[in-house]
Design a protein. Structure first.
Length: 281
């Protein structure tokens, strides 16, 4: 486990998966404890796909490749490239296993930096090939919700129409369900997650705040580089995932072609891509 600290926060990151396992301010923990009774993860890194691929496969330039849910970084062994007291850069590079399912040479860096009461998380992708590289990238952090999620609200800086994209199994479909209109405060209920994940497309807000309405405990997540925000909760647990995504899980009625996936990132040959989100407690 890697630990970084500053005068206000301490953060623990698991080298396997570059997964945040703890974020504390004093003695207060803000990250889910990874209880396997509900969900044994706390903050998977999603790359090069988000969610499921149609029939667990995709095509690229006429060739078919397998791809598991959320990609292959979830259990990948990162190396420590650079570390200071308050920051760490973890690196993962293509290998024979990744090339078998994703035919690109690349470097993926997960860079964690503590700045005052915030944790800055940057995902940086280097395309090492002479071809355009197609991928999705996203975060999947689970925030602890002591007392249960129904004590919490999601606060938006702008009034939003909350039209969640519907799912058919693990795949999105071309329908939405309206939860609220013109609201900047969205109260959470367990029943909402009967749909599984609540996914919202291109809201005006580029940040959300999870707030306990009884204790005023808050976590703010800013995601300036993502067009989609998802919320997921395992019924009965005390966590809520806040997930900034660059694109969607595959469409049940869509094409297998990765280039046609909604929101897909295309990175120029030998280019560099950066995506940052900031967690403030």
């Amino acid at each position: 486990m890697i630990t970084i600290k500053n005068e206000i926060l301490s953060c623990e990151i698991k080298q396997n998966g570059a997964e945040i396992k703890s974020l504390k301010k004093g003695e207060t923990e803000y990250i889910w404890c990874s209880d396997p009774k509900f969900w044994g993860k706390s903050a998977p890194v999603l790359f090069p796909c988000i969610g499921s691929s149609k029939d667990d496969k995709y095509t690229l330039n006429g060739k078919t490749y397998p791809m598991k849910k959320h990609g292959f970084l979830i259990d990948a062994d990162f190396t420590v490239e650079e570390k200071t007291d308050s920051s760490v850069t973890l690196l993962y590079t293509h290998n024979d296993e990744t090339l078998a399912v994703y035919p690109y040479q690349f470097e993926f860096r997960a860079i964690f930096t503590l700045v005052e009461s915030s944790l800055k998380v940057e995902y940086r992708v280097n395309n090492l090939t002479d071809d355009t590289m197609y991928f999705s990238v996203g975060a999947h952090e689970a925030y602890a919700t002591p007392g249960g999620v129904e004590e919490y609200d999601i606060i938006f800086p702008y009034k939003e129409d909350l039209d969640a994209i519907l799912l058919d199994g693990p795949l999105v479909i071309d329908e939405t369900k309206t939860f609220a209109k013109k609201v900047d405060c969205f109260s959470i209920y367990e029943k909402y997650f009967e749909l599984d994940t609540l996914i919202f497309r291109k809201l005006k807000s580029k940040e959300v705040t999870l707030r306990n309405r009884l204790t005023e405990r808050t976590v703010k997540v800013e995601y300036p580089d993502c067009d989609y925000i998802a919320f997921w909760h395992e019924p009965g647990s005390e966590f809520l995932c806040i997930e900034p995504w660059t694109s969607l899980t595959a469409n049940a009625n869509g094409d297998y072609d990765i280039k046609k996936k909604e929101g897909i990132v295309s990175l120029a040959p030998n280019g560099v891509y950066s995506n940052t989100h900031i967690i403030t407690v």
